[in-house]
Design a protein around this ligand. Structure first.
Ligand code: T3D
Length: 258
């Protein structure tokens, strides 16, 4: 499959999607939304880990504001429901681990799509900007769902109302993201992590994602019942047997993801 607005590569079981409209800080137009969804689906079916990053000095500046040619014809509810939401769902329900490598500014929908990944690693010079209030909108692309859950109501409100850039260091300090690394070490760190995950027990990863994603909405009994059900599935996997045998035989496990 060839793409116009993204680059898509697969190596060592790791699919990498690079948003590729650097002149506009990788702002999202309709083609990019379509291609991003297609590439996530492709990765879900053929790879064992997924990395999402941006070309140039930005990660993604959110909606391409240059696309707004007629305010009369604009239907944001439709665009969100039909074009953004499927991307958020594809990332959240992606059966393989997802890593967002934030190489620069992540703004608007670009920030919230990134925050939907399983692990977010940012370059020290990167920042997160809930830019919406600057143009009279509310955080979308999952922002109002994710932000309070990740950093609590006070910080979610501050980020949304003030719309000031949050430096990567502070984002890590707040628990919004996993970690910050030196700019020139970003992709080495991310690639090493992605390769480690791709060689791991990917069936267990899928099940743990299902459990952790369900957790915020569940009460204790519901969650522990789900945990037991999913652990039952993990316990029936070849990877579990391989993990235990490798431990007992004092060797490295070789996981197949089933
Ligand atoms: O369908 C719908 O509309 C609903 C969905 C909405 C979802 C949303 O994402 S709404 C939020 C949209 N995004 C923004 O409001 C962010 C706008 N951009 C910025 O605030 C800043 O550009 C950044 C903080 C991302 C980066 O700042 P800086 O100073 O590093 O770069 P810059 O000079 O502002 O931008 C560089 C170029 O990218 C510039 O083009 P030029 O002048 O060199 O030709 C700029 O116009 C362009 N650019 C940046 N963001 C966008 C963009 N072009 C189109 N759309 C953008 N979002």
């Amino acid at each position: 499959m060839s793409y116009e607005t993204i680059e898509y590569t697969v190596a060592d079981g790791v699919a990498t999607i690079t948003l590729n409209r650097p002149d506009s800080m990788n702002a999202m137009n309709a083609v990019m939304r379509r291609e991003l969804l297609q590439a996530i689906t492709e990765a879900s079916e053929g790879a064992r880990a997924l990395v999402l990053t941006g070309k140039g000095r930005g990660f993604c500046a959110g909606q391409d504001l240059g696309d707004v040619t007629s305010f009369e014809e604009l239907d944001l509810e439709r665009t969100l429901r039909e074009e953004y939401d499927p991307i958020l769902t594809a990332i959240r329900e992606c059966p393989i681990p997802t890593i967002a490598a934030i190489n620069g500014a992540a703004a608007g929908a670009g920030a919230n799509i990134a925050l939907g990944a399983d692990i977010v690693i940012a370059a020290r010079s990167a920042s997160f900007l809930e830019a919406f209030a600057r143009i009279g909108l509310i955080p979308d692309a999952g922002g109002t769902y994710l932000l309070p859950r990740l950093v609590g109501r006070a910080r979610a409100m501050g980020l949304s109302l003030l719309a000031d850039p949050l430096p990567a260091e502070k984002a890590a300090e707040w628990g919004l993201i996993w970690e910050v690394v030196a700019d020139d070490a970003l992709m080495d760190n991310v690639n090493a992590m992605a390769r480690k995950l791709a060689a791991g027990p990917t069936k267990a990863y899928r099940l743990m994602k299902e459990a952790l994603n369900a957790s915020p909405e569940n009460d204790f009994e519901t969650q522990t019942a789900l945990e037991a059900k999913l652990q039952g599935q993990a316990g029936n996997s070849r990877d579990f047997k391989e993990g235990v045998m490798a431990f007992l035989e004092k060797r490295k496990p070789s996981y197949e993801g089933r």
